[in-house]
Design a protein around this ligand. Structure first.
Ligand code: AMO
Length: 438
């Protein structure tokens, strides 16, 4: 070994120009090709693969024995000399003088990391640690990291500060049906569906612009390609602004995310075969009424009426027609939660918006009710009891500025960027109706 280090370089850091230098690399045994007097070990690290070449009479016999005893996916550290080799995949190979087996993998493997043998999504998620070793899977999570970095960068540049609010809560926010109850000592409590009430309470503190990136829990029975029971949500709330201003912050956030991913993730996008272009802003604003009209032109949706929520078929019809990001605005008040501000002159519609990607809803938000009296009225109108909302309502009693905000699911955003068919692929360890482990 060169010194005592298990790794001195990643595969990406080595080039053919390093010919003759000594190096220690480490990773997983991706493949072994034994051609008699010539054996290739394809070693995989975080950044890709590299070729280690054992030639009879040029490397110690003992190393051939070590390699013969190796199983695929074992973890090794290899020290040797870098040799320029045009026929090798990266233009170099490593001629080993020491191979250290750090962890021997059992066989058979639960999944084929090389991707030659396919596996269904359930099998892949059961062995997720190994699935994530695959060259077209791991990049998704590097992109996810960059998506979140971009969101933070952008919001901070607009004066937002990051907050954390409780996830063990006493009340529903988005309607009572989708709550996970938990036992909280001798009381019943719930897992938070949304930081909605807390981010609004923050508007009564004078901090003015806050965001949170954290888990939300939805006890929805849905078993679909776009629903999870645990989601990471980007939540934004701002004071002294209208819903139109936060819509513009939202579309600019999305645009910034695309630009950032394009700039920082070219290798990852290549690895999963995605071509991105930055969406143009402002996104189209489509009134609910108009969206309904487009949907109704489809046979499947022809019986829809004003006041009906836009279901998956309707979303699909409108998405296909528009073909790019768009907002649906001016929703029927009764379709949206109590905290959404109705129009003063037309209270049957409200200042709510949904941000849509042609294939999936990405975010929703609104101008909020900031008048205490109206809020109590709206809570009652939705058949809820204001008593359960005392801690929230209190913040509206002593000076609450007008405010607006939105929430966007990270997985929905990611699945729309990398064009995934199933949202479970956008999260490391998805939680759905059937899956609680790993
Ligand atoms: P809403 O309930 O529309 O609004 O949620 C906001 C966004 O969160 C994501 N999302 C989900 N993603 C996957 N699976 C789910 N089960 C799921 N549920 C929600 C979506 C959705 O658009 N408090 C409001 C936001 C606000 O007004 O600020 C809210 O939670 O991307």
């Amino acid at each position: 070994m060169t010194g005592t280090k298990l790794r001195t370089r990643y595969s990406k850091e080595i080039t053919p120009k390093d010919d003759g230098k000594t190096v220690t690399v480490a990773g997983w045994v991706h493949e072994i090709r034994d051609l008699g007097g010539l054996t290739f070990v394809v070693l995989r690290d975080r950044d890709g693969t590299m070729q280690v070449t054992l030639i009879k009479n040029k490397v110690k016999d003992k190393l051939f024995d070590v390699v013969r005893g190796l199983s695929r996916e074992s973890v090794v550290s290899i020290s040797g000399i870098i040799k320029r080799e045009e026929k090798a995949p990266n233009g170099y190979e490593i001629i080993p003088n020491e191979i250290l087996v750090l962890s021997k993998a059992k066989s058979p493997l639960p999944l084929d990391v090389t991707g030659k043998v396919g596996a269904d999504l359930d099998t892949r998620l059961d062995a997720r640690f190994m699935d994530l070793r695959r060259a077209e899977i791991q990049p998704v999570f590097k992109i996810r990291h960059h998506v979140l970095t971009a969101v933070r960068d952008f919001l901070e540049s607009k004066g937002f500060i990051e907050i954390q609010t409780p996830k063990i809560v006493a009340t529903a926010t988005e309607g009572g049906t989708a709550l996970f109850p938990i036992t909280y000592f001798e009381r019943e409590a719930f897992l938070g569906q949304s930081p909605q009430l807390y981010k609004q309470i923050m508007m009564a503190t004078g901090l003015d612009r806050v965001y949170e990136i954290g888990p939300i829990f939805r006890a929805e029975e849905h078993d679909t390609r776009k629903h999870l029971n645990e989601v990471t949500s980007i939540d934004v709330e701002a004071s002294f602004v209208t819903h139109e201003e936060v819509m513009s912050i939202l579309e600019e956030t999305v645009k910034h995310v695309y630009a950032h991913v394009l700039k920082h993730c070219d290798r990852e996008l290549d690895a999963i075969g995605v071509k991105l272009s930055v969406p143009k802003t402002p996104f189209r604003r489509l009134r609910y009424e108009k969206a309904l009209e487009i949907a109704k032109a489809q046979e499947e949706c022809k019986d829809m009426e004003w006041g009906d929520d836009l279901d998956t078929a309707a979303e699909k019809a409108v998405g296909e027609k528009v073909g790019e990001h768009y907002f649906i605005v001016d929703w029927p008040t009764e379709l949206k939660p109590y905290y959404v501000q109705p129009y003063g002159d037309k209270p049957e519609i409200c200042k709510a918006f949904d941000l849509m990607h042609p294939k999936v809803e990405l975010a929703s938000g609104s101008q909020r009710v900031h008048s205490y009296d109206l809020l109590v009225k709206r809570i009652k109108a939705q058949g809820l009891d204001p008593e359960g909302f005392e801690f929230y309502l209190d913040a509206f009693r002593y000076g609450m500025p007008p405010h607006a905000g939105w929430g966007m699911g990270v997985e929905r955003l990611l699945m729309s960027i990398v064009d995934m068919a199933n949202i479970r692929e956008a999260v490391l360890f998805p939680r759905d109706r059937r899956r609680l482990s790993p």
